[in-house]
Design a protein around this ligand. Structure first.
Ligand code: FAD
Length: 521
């Protein structure tokens, strides 16, 4: 007999992981071995627009997990399986052949994944095998927080107040899950399971292979594994921002100066919107892959402040940062409560009929960072080279696509998913629907970012634009943010930089018109 922990691509860690903790304790109690299962499902990657970088990061994290499991004598069985519809049956087959009494997994809140788990649960129950699915992704489980009338919250601020109160009333929610114990020596003879466990972590998944140069860059930028994640967080809590740092190097690059009074988290309330310094934590790839738990991050903020409660109000850097972690919970809460958002539907259905432009050249120029708006181009080139972007440029680039170019937000959502190493359906969808004004407490449609003014706020030093847009490397001050308006024509033409695709003022008026009366021009 055996117990299975089914690891997924959103909970890739061994410590502080509820499902493996429960599985390990069950195995120890029943004196039977624990087996870890990981399924590579290319059809799911395709269905979720997963890009090669996210898959490569997944495999690198899997290697780190395997190394930790090896030390605990816990076998890891990796299976690549198609079609995805067949996965519940395949898992049941494994349960039968390993005589598994129980399977534990952490919940993935996306619709297809929930359906898959329900199907497995039904199949297994018929055979008297148990399956338990746990909440591990979020700090506060979706479905827990309801308004006074018992309804779902759809606005972040009241939801977040309730989130904080609920958390502080029961801090067990962020208690560390026990680490799995080493497999019982009597159960270490893996030969009984045949040659299954000799399968190494694959180098790549077919159809999702990164070019050599990109792979090397990703490995340098985003080192995998829980240890790396802990270190990235530690730097955010204890070191100052590197001024010249515009994200060219890894969050673990040398040169971060220690500071217990001006560490990045402590000044986060003031600096967080600047993309020209490393102002944010850059934890998103690690949180999205579950290499580290959100609980751990919150516990560390309490430790930093020496407090027994969670600081989560806007007044301080720490409180502000905890609010960002809460946004991650919020968007998954929205996804779980209103699954239509993951099916290409706007949260606010009244905007379903907004008329979009279909100019392929404009979409391509946006993807390539050649729109002629420097901050948008810097952002899009960062996405392309680094698989990551700071939140402010994400908002600016998304707003520009949906309001200035008037291109359907779903095309932008798909492209970000394909590019980003931190791609997460709920957060990406939430961010896009916010920018497109179709989301929960989205930016009202008439409040449209002026990308040039946003640029001056997000990149006051100009380092961000100069770094990613070499054509503009010699420019300084206002001219850098809007060269075409501030330079003589012949000077501008020498730059080799494109003219803006659209006039912001005209485009703004078009967007307001179309949102005001969806369905009409
Ligand atoms: P920090 O500022 O240090 O925040 C800490 C953590 O809080 C982040 O790592 C993240 O897990 C969470 N967080 C912060 N802001 C948000 C937010 N607005 N929504 C949800 N969670 C948040 N985030 C993703 O993790 N994956 C995505 O695919 C993603 N797509 C986005 C698309 C758009 C159009 C927009 C506007 C935002 C998107 N975000 C996404 C949210 C946000 O931009 C990133 O989480 C953030 O930039 C990551 O940088 P950081 O780790 O340094 O963040």
């Amino acid at each position: 007999e055996s117990v299975i922990y089914w690891m997924r691509m959103q909970d890739m860690r061994i410590h502080d992981n509820r499902a493996i903790a429960m599985a390990s304790s069950q195995a120890a109690q029943d004196k039977i071995p624990l087996i870890v299962l990981f399924i590579i499902s290319p059809h799911d990657f395709e269905a979720h627009d997963r890009g090669s970088r996210r898959i490569d990061f997944m495999l690198r994290n899997l290697s780190c997990a395997k190394a930790e499991l090896d030390k605990l004598h816990i076998p890891l069985y990796i299976l690549t399986h198609k079609p995805r519809k067949d996965i519940p049956r395949k898992v049941l087959e494994l349960m039968e052949s390993w005589r598994a009494t129980h399977l534990y997994a952490n919940i993935e809140h996306e619709v297809d994944e929930l359906r898959r788990d329900i199907q497995l649960f039904d199949l297994a129950t018929k055979q008297n095998r148990q399956c338990s699915f746990l909440n591990d992704k979020l700090v506060v489980e979706p479905g827990t927080l309801k308004t006074q009338n018992g309804k779902e919250y759809t606005i972040y601020s009241p939801w977040q107040r309730k989130w904080l109160e609920t958390l502080n009333n029961n801090l067990d929610r962020i208690k560390e899950a026990p680490s799995p114990s080493a497999n019982n020596p009597a159960t270490r003879d893996h030969s009984v399971y045949g040659p299954l466990f000799s399968s190494p972590v694959p180098e790549f998944v077919e159809g999702f292979q990164l070019a050599t140069e990109d792979k090397a860059r990703m490995e340098k930028l985003w080192p995998a594994g829980t240890e790396a994640a802990i270190e990235v967080l530690d730097r955010f809590l204890h070191t100052k921002s590197r001024l010249s740092q515009v994200g060219d190097s890894s969050p673990l690059a040398p040169g971060a100066e220690k500071s217990d009074t001006k560490s990045r988290i402590l000044v986060y309330a003031d600096d967080r919107n600047r993309s020209d310094m490393d102002t944010s934590s850059r934890m998103s790839p690690y949180l999205a892959s579950g290499v580290i738990s959100a609980r751990y991050c919150i516990r560390k903020t309490m430790e930093l402040l020496g407090k027994k409660t969670v600081e989560g109000t806007r007044g301080s850097g720490v409180g502000m940062w905890v609010q960002e972690v809460a946004w991650r919970d919020f968007y998954t809460h929205i996804l779980a409560a209103f699954p239509r958002v993951s099916m290409g539907r706007p949260f606010q259905e009244k905007f379903a009929g907004v008329k979009w432009e279909t100019d392929k050249k404009h979409l391509e120029a946006w993807k390539e960072g050649k729109t002629g708006v420097p901050i948008v181009d810097a952002a899009m080139r960062q996405a392309k080279t680094q698989g990551w972007m700071h939140n402010r440029p994400r908002m600016i680039a998304a707003m520009y696509l949906t309001k200035d170019l008037m291109i359907d937000w779903r095309l932008g959502e798909k492209y970000f998913m394909e590019q980003f190493v931190d791609g997460d359906l709920a957060s990406n969808n939430g961010g896009w629907q916010w920018s497109a004004s179709t989301g929960t407490d989205a930016q009202p449609y008439f409040r449209i970012f002026n990308p040039y003014l946003q640029s001056e706020k997000a990149d006051p030093s100009g380092d961000y634009i100069r770094h990613f847009v070499p054509e503009l490397r010699k420019l300084k001050g206002k001219v850098l943010h809007d060269p075409v308006s501030h330079m003589p024509r012949h000077e501008f033409e020498k730059l080799g930089y494109p003219r803006p695709l659209v006039d912001h003022k005209v485009a703004r008026e078009r967007a307001v018109r179309r949102y005001k009366t969806p369905g009409e021009e």
